[in-house]
Design a binder for this molecule. Structure first.
Ligand SMILES: Nc1ncnc2c1ncn2[C@@H]1O[C@H](COP(=O)(O)OP(=O)(O)O)[C@@H](O)[C@H]1O
Ligand SMILES: [Mg+2]
Length: 443
């Protein structure tokens, strides 16, 4: 079944070529020749989510069509082909909505396709029924999250941000490499970069860091807190100090401290989100990096943790479902004022969509690319080791090495000499505003 309908208003034979290309990519591309035809199409169907219109060969006709797409309760995202000099004349006051974009000839079909893909992902995830709203609504219901200044921005959490860095590894999709990257980059920072690392399995449902590192039944945060509650209750007036996460963590052979939240997804009530986030925050005093491998959800625990993060790594495999999940998260992160902390890590980067297309579609810069390494990670896990220990000379471990270097650079932007990182990493899509959208051409 086609994924979305796109009206294509381009001259022959360009229209045929574009429609065929978009159809191959799974869209229903509908060629349209006149304003009347467009009006009939929009009158008869409500699943046309995007229109590509040509304002270069016939600007007047394009301007006639434009209101059809935006008036009378409609707001159909429009990708308009215009001359570069026309762009300048259109100005920021044009009737365009935030969803509209522009491009110029010449363009590559592949780029056009990805632009269409990106626009449709945005249209479909935005706004009213999008998860961003759901996330905010649930945070408003939760006094814990409100206290954590989601509404006011980053004030409190930012102010207390000294010492070690908290790095979250998150993508709302499973199976994309969150756990693999958490373990590998943790081991790399500890073993080769001289950093003290705490690796935290925050996934109380499907987490498998302990098993992957050959740790049998390590002491969990939930266990430790339950014990301290019991001892505290029995302690006849003695003030009982709960142990810090550094004291609870188990040390792996790589030197990395490993903390598991809970052994079972049941009975995790003791893991109050604010208390967990505070305890993780306090671990900054004992470690240089605290790496959190997250369960893919937007619940109160994850929101409280997001707020503590210095950097959020989003592993993305180069396929459409994963890219969509990353776009969704980027939009939610914007709502939560977290966008500046996001970086992609392109995992299995040597397959599928190119890394630069992934960056452009998601509108975030990638910190590093990790190649596909066959069974290497599985084999290391079978021996209870990280890939860094087990396969130190593998190419994929070089990729992890580079990722660790770049992570150090972005989390300590003033420390190193490689200052170009942040500016080099930025791409067009990360800038806000109409002007920038206009300038982000398909070429
Ligand atoms: N770059 C890679 N090369 C080879 N296998 C990988 C790579 N990244 C992840 N995997 C494998 O893919 C599977 C899912 O990865 P995982 O890290 O568990 O994903 P997530 O934590 O996002 O659910 C695991 O079996 C892992 O070994
Ligand atoms: Mg995982």
């Amino acid at each position: 079944m086609p994924r979305a309908a796109v009206a294509v208003v381009l001259p022959h034979p360009e229209s045929v070529t574009v429609c065929r290309y978009l159809a191959d990519a799974g869209f229903e591309a509908i060629p349209v020749e006149s304003a009347d035809e467009l009006a009939r199409l929009l009158g008869s169907r409500d699943d046309v989510h995007l229109a590509i219109i040509d304002g270069e060969t016939d600007l007047d006709r394009a301007l006639e069509m434009y209101p059809l797409l935006h008036d009378g309760g409609r707001d159909i995202a429009t990708l308009m082909l215009v001359l570069p000099r026309t762009l300048g004349r259109m100005g920021a006051g044009s009737a365009g909505t935030a969803r509209d974009e522009y491009f110029t000839r010449p363009y590559a079909l592949e780029s056009l396709r990805w632009r269409v893909e990106a626009m449709l992902i945005r249209v479909e995830n935005w706004p009213a029924d999008g998860l961003a709203r759901t996330a905010l609504a649930s945070s408003a219901e939760s006094p814990i999250i409100e206290e954590q200044t989601l509404i006011g921005g980053q004030g409190q959490a930012e102010a207390s941000r000294t010492g070690g860095k908290i790095v979250i590894v998150f993508n709302p999709k499973g199976g994309v490499g969150k756990t693999t990257i958490s373990i590998s980059v943790g081991a790399m920072l500890q073993m080769r970069k001289g950093q003290r690392v705490l690796l935290v399995d925050c996934d109380t449902i499907t987490g498998h860091i302990a098993q992957s590192l050959g740790l049998e039944r390590p002491r969990t945060l939930a266990d430790a807190w339950r014990e301290s509650a019991i001892l505290g209750a029995a302690g006849s007036g003695t003030v009982f100090a709960a142990k810090s996460v550094a004291e609870i963590a188990t040390v792996h052979g790589s030197g990395v401290g490993v903390l598991v939240m809970a052994e079972s997804p049941l009975h995790t009530e003791i893991l109050d989100p604010k208390r967990v986030a505070d305890a993780i925050g306090e671990a900054r005093a004992s470690y240089d990096y605290v790496i959190l491998d997250m369960h893919p959800d937007y619940g109160p625990l994850n929101q409280a943790l997001f707020n503590q993060a210095d950097r959020i790594l989003i592993p993305v495999t180069p396929d459409v479902p994963c890219i969509r999940a990353a776009v969704q998260f980027r939009e939610i992160a914007e709502e939560l004022n977290l966008r500046d902390r996001l970086s992609l890590v392109i995992n299995r980067a040597n397959s599928g969509v190119s890394a630069s297309d992934v960056e452009r579609v998601v509108s975030l810069p990638a910190l590093a690319r990790i190649r596909s390494a066959g069974m290497l990670f599985v084999r290391a896990a079978d021996e209870g080791k990280s890939a860094v220990e087990r396969f130190p000379t593998a190419k994929v471990v070089d990729d992890i090495d580079r990722l660790a270097d770049r992570l150090i650079e972005v989390t300590h932007p003033n420390a190193g000499t490689r200052q170009g990182l942040l500016s080099r990493g930025r791409i067009g899509g990360s800038f806000k505003g109409l002007f920038d959208r206009i300038m982000a051409q398909v070429s």
